[in-house]
Design a protein around this ligand. Structure first.
Ligand SMILES: [Zn+2]
Length: 144
């Protein structure tokens, strides 16, 4: 569509003055005016070409940004690999737990009653035979 539109516009330009709407046989301009109009048109075309070239070279300058984006995606790939590794590790640990059963519960500390009895025994250790004191203290730390 735009290709044919451009062609039609180009075809409709006068080859003498490069203006639209007539051709060289119907050109209303004298040779000097036609030449200056043609040169003005050519300058416009050249500056349009230059602008396009500059735009293209700017895109070429912008290429390092794309490179950076590639580097980011590399880092992202590393990040994803790391996360995948962590997930695998957790899955393995979870599977191991499911096979072995839950880890043994942490032994609860002595109860308030046991601590109180230990204190009484400690306070009266001189009054109790040494063998009995040791036996009672050991009995208080037995866990079922
Ligand atoms: Zn003309």
């Amino acid at each position: 569509m735009s290709f044919f539109a451009t062609r039609n516009v180009a075809r409709n330009r006068c080859s003498c003055c490069r203006q639209e709407g007539h051709n060289r046989t119907t050109c209303p301009h004298d040779a000097a005016t036609a030449t200056s109009l043609r040169e003005a048109y050519n300058r416009t075309v050249r500056s349009a070409i230059r602008a396009t070239r500059e735009e293209l070279s700017e895109r070429r300058i912008a290429r390092p940004l794309i490179q950076t984006r590639v580097e980011i995606s590399d880092t992202e790939a590393e990040f994803r690999a790391n996360v995948a590794h962590q997930v695998r590790n957790m899955q393995e640990r979870l599977a191991a737990l499911q096979i072995q059963g839950p880890p043994p519960p942490i032994a609860p500390g002595p109860t308030v009653r046991e601590v109180k009895i230990q204190e009484i025994l400690f306070d009266h250790c001189q009054e109790i035979p040494e063998g009995l004191y040791k036996e009672l203290m050991d009995a208080l730390v037995i866990r079922g």
